[in-house]
Design a protein around this ligand. Structure first.
Ligand SMILES: Cc1cc2nc3c(=O)[nH]c(=O)nc-3n(C[C@H](O)[C@H](O)[C@H](O)COP(=O)(O)OP(=O)(O)OC[C@H]3O[C@@H](n4cnc5c(N)ncnc54)[C@H](O)[C@@H]3O)c2cc1C
Length: 462
């Protein structure tokens, strides 16, 4: 039996595994809810909600092609074993990206001598020098639209089901989203269309600004993460749109957007993840649970941090700059170990993609002892000068005069506002952090000198 295994490719357009498998006759489109992937991990109920919305739509699309989308709950090896028992032999069709993430599934297929067919850009082992050209040639290849009819088997094993209501008892932790984006291919395409129709006009200028960026950015990240739309489709539609741009300014906006899309694909090709046992991870051991709780719940008393964290909680999205600001505050200014904040943010970002997330956490959290320490009050004034973003998400500060919006503790009537006093004096905390990093750098230099001396000593003896 030819099985199409869906994971982070929840769409029907530009889905080569599905169209290739369908050409061969009967096919079993399948999505498996793997408990060990969903429970006690960085994934949360908002991700599950987005996936379910995507699967509901995918299911309808597959039905329109004459087929049926099947679901199973279980560890991947157990599900594949069951399918093998039922069908005698199985060929699994999937995207390379899914296969890389499902090492257990790949191992099981190899050990049981079944077939695995993978599709997508072949970037494994490609040097950084060649990566650009290999990636570009994949992105310009025509998108796959050869899918006609899907024939599914008349009888399937009892572990499979088609009604998502069976997931009622599949419990996943976390906070449900309140005003977030909805999953599904249609919504992904609508988001791309509205971006290319005009939302992109001030993409560069608005990129860092909290409220304008939520309209001017593409907002495609969650659709890309869950595969509601392929990067190749976005790349080609945008390239076409660039051809019809009427001004150089318009063109520049879309070219900047495309460069981000390509850099995403490059980051995804890397494997750098936060290693709990590495020296980097051990660098900062301090932990203050009270500070963390204030931070994750948007109650630090520092307006831009609280507005960002509350907005993330409600919408599942933050622009790049604000992601860096909130992370820098907890990890660099407050000198907290980055692992729990990283996990906390992952649960809230609807677009959570482990490789990208870890890549930026490593860059922005000061794990390496390098990088600038941000003053969130100063940055708040630059990003949100009139405090419109703060007022939207921190209602306690709704009526405070503009001159105090970034430093409400200076407002004479502060205690009547019902807003938190700041958990730290930012200037003092940053001063301490600078000393901390200075010590790390001095130690590094010292151990380097020591190492050099040892080598010199060794060469003398020889
Ligand atoms: C600490 C931290 C964690 C992050 N975690 C994630 C994550 O888990 N998933 C994720 O998709 N992005 C992550 N980002 C990158 C970035 O913030 C988001 O991709 C971006 O804000 C998504 O909004 P958009 O779709 O409107 O982006 P746009 O600016 O419209 O960009 C278009 C697309 O390009 C990609 N992209 C844009 N910027 C980046 C970037 N800096 N790195 C990698 N890809 C990029 C995204 O897929 C995005 O949808 C993180 C950034 C930081 C600082």
């Amino acid at each position: 039996m030819n099985i199409v295994l869906f994971d982070k490719d929840l769409r029907i357009t530009d889905h080569q595994p599905l169209s290739e498998a369908a050409k061969l006759g009967e096919v079993l489109p399948l999505y498996v809810f793997v408990p060990s992937k969903w429970q006690g991990t960085e994934l949360s109920v908002r991700h599950l909600q987005f996936v379910i919305e995507s699967l509901e739509e995918l299911s309808k699309q597959i039905q329109e092609h004459g087929g049926e989308l099947f679901f199973a709950i279980g560890e991947i090896e157990a599900v594949l074993e069951e399918l093998l028992q039922s069908f005698g032999s199985i060929n699994v069709f999937t995207h390379k990206e899914n296969a890389v993430k499902s090492t257990a599934g790949v191992k099981w297929i190899a050990e049981n001598k079944q077939q695995l067919m993978t599709y997508g850009p072949d970037l494994e082992g490609v040097s950084n020098k060649l990566l650009n050209s290999v990636l570009k040639s994949y992105l310009v290849e025509p998108v796959n639209d050869s899918l006609k009819r899907i024939e599914v088997p008349a009888h399937v094993p009892g572990i499979l089901f088609t009604d998502l209501r069976k997931l009622q008892n599949f419990k996943v932790e976390g906070r449900k989203i309140r005003f977030g984006q909805q999953g599904g291919e249609l919504k992904g395409f609508e988001t791309l269309d509205s971006f290319l129709e005009g939302r992109f006009a001030n993409y560069i200028e608005n990129h860092q600004k909290p409220i304008p960026s939520s309209l001017s950015s593409s907002r495609l990240s969650a659709y890309i993460t869950w595969g509601n739309i392929s990067v190749r489709t976005i790349f080609q539609r945008t390239s076409e749109r660039i051809q019809s741009c009427e001004s150089e300014k318009e063109k520049l906006q879309l070219e900047d957007f495309l460069s981000k899309l390509v850099s995403r694909a490059k980051i995804c090709n890397g494997t750098k993840v936060i290693d709990n046992n590495s020296n980097e991870g051990q660098l900062k051991k301090e932990w203050n649970e009270e500070w963390y709780q204030h931070w994750i719940n948007g109650k630090t008393g520092i307006p831009i941090i609280d507005a960002a964290m509350r907005s993330l909680d409600k919408t599942g999205w933050l622009n790049f700059t604000l992601r860096g600001v909130v992370l820098s505050f907890i990890c660099k200014s407050l000198l907290q170990d980055c692992r729990k904040p990283s996990e906390g943010l992952a649960k809230l970002f609807l677009d959570y993609e482990p490789v990208i997330h870890d890549f930026h956490v490593l860059q922005q959290s000061g794990i390496s002892g390098k990088g600038k320490i941000i003053n969130p009050v100063k940055v708040g004034k630059q990003l949100d000068p009139e405090g419109a973003f703060i007022r939207r998400y921190v209602p306690e500060l709704n009526r405070i005069p503009e001159e105090y919006i970034h430093e409400p503790w200076l407002y004479p009537g502060f205690y009547s506002l019902g807003y938190e006093p700041p958990i730290v004096d930012v200037v003092k905390a940053n001063k301490q952090a600078r000393l901390h990093y200075q010590r790390i750098n001095d130690n590094r230099k010292e151990s380097k000198v020591k190492k050099n001396l040892e080598t010199e000593q060794l060469s003398f003896d020889l």
